[in-house]
Design a protein around this ligand. Structure first.
Ligand code: HEM
Length: 130
């Protein structure tokens, strides 16, 4: 199995439990006050659903699907819109990997590396649109 298959299946196991997204935002918002402040007026229930889809988009793009939706996310997160600082994406990735470690019963260090590799192009695209 290649990395995108491993990650696709791992994400499937993670998504079985909605707490995955609760834990992700808890980790992510604890990583910096600046990040917590960004979600002060956000409906977190809706945000968790949006993120569920956003992570799936990143995985699908790594599997060869069109990156049109990620380009839209790049635009919404850029300096003119949500104004998400490029350095915050490392905290986003760390929080996601920590959440996968907590939730995927089949987690291994090799699976972590597969996740990192699969996330990279999508994160680079969104961050790069700053
Ligand atoms: C909104 C995904 C990174 C902060 C959203 C939305 C999605 C999303 C799907 C909703 C649609 C939209 O507004 O365009 C992602 C993905 C990321 C990422 C896949 C990583 C590659 C970040 C980072 C931050 C952030 C690093 C830093 C704080 C926000 C904020 C909103 C948002 C503030 C708007 C919330 C609101 O409507 O109140 N993100 N995001 N995102 N994201 Fe991200």
């Amino acid at each position: 199995m290649n990395n995108t298959d491993l990650v696709f299946q791992s994400y499937g196991r993670c998504c079985r439990n909605d707490e995955f997204f609760v834990d992700f935002y808890n980790f992510f918002m604890s990583s910096s006050d600046a990040i917590r402040n960004r979600f002060e007026n956000t409906d977190m229930g809706a945000q968790r659903h949006l993120l569920r889809n956003g992570v799936m988009q990143i995985i699908l793009v790594a599997r060869g699907m069109s990156d049109r939706k990620l380009k839209d996310l790049g635009e919404s997160h850029n300096r003119h819109n949500h104004n998400i600082q490029p350095e915050w994406y490392d905290l986003w990735e760390d929080s996601l990997l920590k959440t996968v470690r907590t939730h995927d019963p089949e987690y291994t260090p090799a699976l972590r590396e597969a996740w990192r590799e699969v996330l990279k192009p999508g994160i680079d695209l969104i961050r790069g649109a700053y």
